[in-house]
Design a protein around this ligand. Structure first.
Ligand SMILES: [Zn+2]
Length: 258
């Protein structure tokens, strides 16, 4: 009888363990699935905008999607889209966020509200994020006034509460055809395009620049901004534990401990 009780307890313990294990695995699976979904949504948005922008036309308009480069300080940077045409250099940051978006030009953090999910999330001001990209490119090209900072939200976002320039994707064609008081020649357009392609290959870094980069990166990390690409650092719950990961994963693999 005692033997039976002992075996019975053991079986119960094993069963409890198995149930616990299954729950654990299911939880991990769903969080990985959710993470993949978020990444896919971002990529889908970039694809839609790339489709709207279309193909490059030599001497007239060049489109560069997913432009990754390292600046003279060794900081790497990811730009969703660059359009170069007679009207200038359009640096486009795409946000495929759903819900209602609140933000202004000077607000450091913008807000995404999803009423049906009862969820609120803040994210780093995309205009500021883009300004960082433009600053780096303008220093490299030595052409500050040719840039246009464009933040695009896809159709599933309500941006009527954003009190600054943010556009829906349908506004892109008219935007890039708008005149801003100057006209670039075919020569200038080509020159900018090929210099940007050169930048992609440039990768050098000095000791001094490295130290500076670390200081800047530290500040950004403290404010949940990815020091590598300027993206948001969001909490990731994965098999290897919880941590802050970059919203631009897998293009950017930066992570920070919780
Ligand atoms: Zn990043």
């Amino acid at each position: 009888m005692q033997n039976f009780i002992w075996i019975f307890s053991l079986v119960i313990a094993v069963l409890i363990f198995i149930v616990w294990l299954i729950i654990k695995i299911l939880k991990i699976q769903s969080s990985v699935k959710r993470q993949n979904e978020i990444e896919q949504i971002g990529k889908d948005g970039e694809k839609k905008v790339a489709k709207i922008l279309g193909k490059s036309i030599p001497d007239r308009q060049y489109i560069i999607n997913n432009f990754l480069f390292t600046d003279e300080n060794g900081a790497s940077c990811q730009i969703d889209h660059i359009v170069i045409n007679r009207n200038g250099i359009f640096v486009i940051e795409t946000k495929n966020y759903s819900g209602i978006i609140y933000g202004s030009k000077t607000q450091r953090e913008w807000l995404q509200v999803q009423p049906y999910k009862n969820q609120e999330k803040t994210f780093y001001n995309p205009l500021m994020q883009n300004d960082t990209h433009i600053y780096r490119l303008s220093r490299y090209l030595n052409a500050k006034n040719l840039f246009h900072n464009i933040v695009v939200f896809l159709d599933n976002a309500d941006i009527s509460n954003v009190s600054t320039i943010a556009f829906s994707s349908s506004a892109i064609p008219s935007l890039i055809n708008m005149n801003f008081g100057f006209i670039l020649s075919a020569q200038q357009i080509n020159d900018i395009y090929y210099r940007l392609l050169d930048l992609k290959k440039n990768n050098r870094i000095s000791e001094k620049a490295h130290v500076k980069r670390i200081k800047t990166a530290k500040y950004k990390i403290e404010h949940n901004i990815c020091p590598k690409c300027g993206g948001r650092l969001v909490v990731r719950n994965t098999q290897i534990g919880k941590f802050y990961g970059c919203e631009n994963y897998p293009n950017c693999k930066f992570r920070k401990e919780l």
